[in-house]
Write a protein that binds this ligand. Sequence first.
Ligand SMILES: Nc1nc2c(ncn2[C@@H]2O[C@H](COP(=O)(O)OP(=O)(O)OP(=O)(O)O)[C@@H](O)[C@H]2O)c(=O)[nH]1
Length: 344
Amino acid sequence: MRGNLKDADFKMALIVAFGAFVVIGVTPFAIYRFAAGQRLIGILDLAIVTTIGFGVLRAWRTGRSERTALLMAAMCSIGCVLVAYLGGLAGVLWVYPVLLANFLLVPRLHAAVLSALVIGSVAMLDSVLATLLHKAMFSVTTVEVSLFAYVFAWRSESQRTQLEAVAAHDPLTGASNRRNMAAELKAAMADSERERAPVGLLVFDLDHFKAINDSFGHEAGDRVLVQVAELVRRHTRKQDRFFRLGGEEFGLLVPGADTTVLRRIAETLRSRVESEVRCGERVVTMSVGLASYCPGESAGSWQRRADLAMYQAKREGRNRVVVDAGSKHAAARETKAPGDAAKS
Ligand SMILES: Nc1nc2c(ncn2[C@@H]2O[C@H](COP(=O)(O)OP(=O)(O)OP(=O)(O)O)[C@@H](O)[C@H]2O)c(=O)[nH]1
């Protein structure tokens, strides 16, 4: 499954919020430490603020939120142990927000390891936690905070995943929805240009679907849509992306397929629908348009070419496959120069 954009947005928001809290929260203490002549802790505070500040800027610029979040969590974990070592009890208080931040910023396993190291290191500092009782209280309270943060991170992640799945899929057919398609097309275009591999798009629309609804009812129409979606899934590969574009119109993104392969896939799907999908005794058919991606064009232009080919299939009598004109020229070039034809 492709990396989740929404997940990256969520992580970026956490990084920025955490960075702002660290900069605003720690800077006054750094100034205080210098004013009080405690230069070592002052320098440490300043190093933490600077590293976190640069981390946020770097994540913002590069979009690499995962690695930055891990660096930030590691920096704060090491920093709070050193501050506890140098500053005594005052430093111990920073352990609690750092434990929470670890579980919000990085994967749970990494956070658990970092947090265990922080708790273990600080608990061993006799200069800070002098008695066994203090050590026990510190350990119990920090483990409680960590467990709570662990459960919270785990539950919110699974709910986010569920919400994203619901928002990205059509509930009737389980196909991805139009909203998801824009991002998938862009990613497929980038892959195609980077790997110099072809990628194709099929757009298909059931024929006379209104008549099916009118004759057999809306629920029977829904069952036809489900049958078509199941058939498409049975006859496509894992890396192909299936979308419901609305009503009785679907899209199929086929990475690695040149125009010839794409036409074969389209023809297979069209003929399978005709021979296998039924509403009562009525044969269901569909019209298919296909377009191979031309490097450099926009996602909108690519999809429009597939749409226009599909409308042409409707005009020419339905239950047929039409290859968009631009893709036909590309196919002719592929045939002339088989050495250049990408793998299918
Ligand atoms: N059962 C069902 N029908 C739907 C759904 N979404 C859209 N429709 C119906 O699909 C029908 C589409 O009709 P048209 O756009 O006229 O297309 P068509 O009858 O298939 O005609 P052509 O596309 O020209 O072959 C309309 O009657 C919509 O109400 C749905 O989720 N379930």
